[in-house]
Unconditional design. Sequence first.
Length: 110
Amino acid sequence: MPQFTYTAMNAAGKRLSGSQEAGNRTQLISKLKDEGLFVLTAEDKSDAVQRKDVGAARKIKIKPLATFCRQFATLINSGITAIKALDILYQQSEDKLLRESIGKVYEAVQ
């Protein structure tokens, strides 16, 4: 059975954190609800570890991301389609990770 980590709140409003085995996320939430807890977050431990490993090494810097968002909004507000705007910004991006991410979004949207 998968091991889940969770954050929950009891009836008194106190936050509790812990881990528990359950068949899936829905079963975990049901178990905790039966114990009088309201689940705030629940994650499979193996998924959380994989996401931390991937995300920690590859973060887009805030300045290029903010620039992208501003330029994307400007292009969309000028009447250019989202696909065309992503294509333009992909071609202009100097940040390698941002460029890769824009390419993935472009493919997903298309």
